[in-house]
Write a protein that binds this ligand. Structure first.
Ligand code: UDX
Length: 470
C-alpha cells in the first residue's frame, strides 16, 4: 500500500467516473448523525441506522437529538429531497447500502482504560449475515490499532458464502461545534482498503468531498495508507492535542509561582510557526467524549502491544489535566479567603455560581466536562453551587442532579459570593462587569479558561483570578 498526499490521487477520484454508491451510517450519534446529513448534502443517497428508536424517530421528524451548529438545516433539507432517511431495521440497511460506515461509540470499558468494542461487534455481527451483494464495511469509530483485522474476521465468520464483503478504514476528525465543516471540508481524508475494488468503492464514497473542494478551489490532502496507520491517526492526533494542552497547563503552574502570565507566554510561543497558536489555551484542562478517553485507550493499547514504556508520558499528561480541576477549586477557595488545608479547600457558607457546564462552548455535550466536574467538587467542598449554561443545563441536570441550576444568567449570579467562568461561551466573554457587580454579593471572579480581560474586571472593582496569570 502507498502512503501519499499527492493531489493526483484526489484528481483521479473526481475523474474516475464511478457512480455514487449508496451509503449507510450505523450509529447516528453526533458522529454518524452528522456524517449522514452531510453526505446527503454532498449528493449521496443515505440511510442512517440506530438501535435507539427515540433517536431515529426524532431524526425522521427533522429534529436533532443533540445540538450541532448548522446541522438542523441540512437535516431538514435532505429529508425533504428524499436523499436522507433513518431506520432501526438492520435488514433495510443491508439491502440498501454499497458502503456501510461504522460510527458507533467506543467508550472506555467499565473495568479498564481500553476501548469497549461491543457496540462495534454487535453492529458487524448483525449486519454481515444479512448482506447479499458485494459491499464494504468502513470503520469510522475510534478504535485500538489492530481492530480492522478483527472486524474482517467477524465479517468472514458471519457473511454467507459467495458474498464479497471487505473491511475498509477511514477515520474521522470531527470537532463538536465545527462538525459540519469538518465533514464537508475536512483538513484531510485518510483511506485504507485492501483489494482494488474495495479501494475504488471507498474512494467513490468520498468523491463528493473532493468535488466540493474542486468547486471551491480548495485542496483536501488525501492519505492512502495501510490499516494500522489509518487506525492510529485519530488517537495519535488526539493524544498530541492533549499533550499540547497539558504542556501549557504545566507552564501555567510555573507562571503562577514565577510571576508570569501564561496567556502572553502561549501567544509568544505560538508565533513560532513550528509551535502554532492553537491548543495552547491554558485553563481548567481538556474534557469531552474524545480527548481523555482516546489518551487512555492509546496508552492501554501500547501496553498490550509491549511498548507501554514509550508512551508512559501519556499518564502524566492525564494527571496534569486532572490536577487542573483541583487547582481551580484551590484558587476559588483562596479568592474567598478560605484556607486550603492538606485535605483540600472548605467552602461552607459560600454561594458559588458556575458559568458553563459543557466541556467547551457551542455544544450541549457535558461528557467529562471539566466545568461540571469542578462545580461538583465545589459542592463537595461545602459551597452552595448554582450552574448556568446556554445549552447544557438539561444534560448537566441529568448527570449532576444535586447541583442547583438557574436561568437566565442574571438569576444564576444573584447573591453570589464567587462567580466562576468555566466554559468560555461567547455570552460570558461579553459580560458587563459593572452590571454584574450590582447583582452579586461579592465581586470575585475566577476565569477558568482565561477568556476575560482581567483589567476590565479589576477596573470595575472585581477581585480577578485566572489560571496561570499572576
Ligand atoms: C477533539 C479533536 O479536536 C477532534 O479532532 C476529534 O475528532 C475529537 O476530539 P472535541 O472533543 O470536539 O474534538 O473538542 P476539542 O475542540 O478538541 O476540545 C477538547 C477539550 O480541550 C475541551 O475541553 C477544550 O476546552 C480543551 N482545550 C482545547 C483546552 O483546554 N485548551 C485548548 O487550547 C484547546
Amino acid at each position: 500500500m502507498r502512503s501519499t498526499n499527492l493531489p493526483n490521487d484526489a484528481e483521479s477520484i473526481i475523474t474516475s467516473g464511478v457512480t455514487r454508491p449508496r451509503l449507510t451510517f450505523l450509529g447516528v450519534g453526533p458522529l454518524g448523525g452528522t456524517y449522514a446529513a452531510c453526505y446527503a448534502e454532498l449528493g449521496y443517497e443515505v440511510l442512517g441506522y440506530d438501535i435507539d428508536e427515540g433517536r431515529i424517530s426524532k431524526f425522521n421528524d427533522g429534529q436533532l437529538p443533540f445540538y450541532e451548529r448548522g446541522l438542523d438545516e441540512l437535516l431538514t433539507k435532505n429529508l425533504a429531497n428524499g436523499r436522507l432517511r433513518f431506520t432501526t431495521d438492520i435488514d433495510e440497511v443491508a439491502e440498501f447500502g454499497d458502503v456501510h460506515f461504522l460510527c458507533v461509540g467506543t467508550p472506555s470499558r467499565p473495568d479498564s482504560n481500553s476501548a469497549d468494542l461491543s457496540y462495534l461487534e454487535s453492529c458487524v455481527t448483525s449486519l454481515a449475515p444479512r448482506l447479499s451483494r458485494q459491499c464494504i464495511i468502513v470503520g469510522k469509530s475510534t478504535v485500538p490499532v489492530g481492530t480492522s483485522s478483527w472486524v474482517q474476521q467477524l465479517i468472514d465468520q458471519h457473511t454467507s458464502d459467495g458474498v464479497d464483503v471487505e473491511v475498509a478504514w477511514s477515520p474521522e476528525f470531527l470537532q463538536e461545534s465545527n462538525a459540519v465543516q469538518d465533514v464537508m471540508r475536512p483538513n484531510r481524508v485518510v483511506l485504507a482498503a485492501q483489494s482494488e475494488w474495495a479501494q475504488q468503492l471507498l474512494q467513490a464514497a468520498h468523491k463528493g468531498v473532493f468535488e466540493l473542494a474542486a468547486q471551491e478551489d480548495r485542496d483536501v490532502p488525501l492519505v492512502v495508507t495501510d490499516f494500522a496507520t489509518a487506525e492510529l491517526v485519530k488517537v495519535a492526533s488526539n493524544a498530541f492535542l492533549s499533550t499540547k494542552i497539558s504542556y501549557i497547563n504545566a507552564m501555567a503552574d510555573l507562571c503562577e509561582v514565577a510571576g508570569g502570565d501564561v496567556t502572553a507566554l502561549a501567544r509568544a510561543m505560538g508565533h513560532d510557526e513550528r509551535i502554532g497558536q492553537k491548543f495552547l489555551r491554558a485553563g481548567i484542562g481538556f474534557g469531552g467524549g474524545c480527548l481523555p478517553k482516546d489518551l487512555r485507550a492509546l496508552a492501554s493499547r501500547a501496553q498490550e502491544l509491549g511498548v507501554g514504556e514509550s508512551l508512559r508520558f501519556l499518564a502524566e499528561i492525564d494527571e496534569v489535566n486532572t490536577r487542573r480541576r483541583t487547582r481551580a477549586v484551590t484558587i476559588a477557595a483562596e479568592l474567598c479567603g478560605r484556607d486550603v488545608g492538606p485535605a483540600g479547600a472548605r467552602m461552607e457558607g459560600l454561594h458559588v455560581t458556575v458559568l458553563g457546564a459543557t466541556f467547551k462552548p457551542d455544544t450541549d455535550d457535558i461528557r467529562d466536562s471539566p466545568a461540571l466536574d469542578i462545580a461538583r467538587r465545589l459542592r463537595n467542598a461545602g459551597a452552595t453551587v448554582t450552574v448556568y449554561d446556554p445549552k447544557g443545563i438539561d444534560n448537566a441536570r441529568t448527570a449532576q442532579p444535586e447541583l442547583n441550576y438557574a436561568k437566565p444568567l442574571s438569576e444564576a449570579v444573584e447573591g453570589a459570593d464567587l462567580v466562576c467562568v468555566l466554559t468560555p461561551w461567547e455570552e460570558f466573554r461579553h459580560l458587563d462587569p459593572a452590571a454584574l457587580g450590582d447583582i452579586v454579593s461579592h465581586r470575585r471572579i475566577l476565569d477558568g479558561m482565561n477568556a476575560l480581560d482581567p483589567q476590565l474586571w479589576r477596573n470595575a472593582g472585581w477581585e480577578y483570578r485566572g489560571m496561570g496569570r499572576s
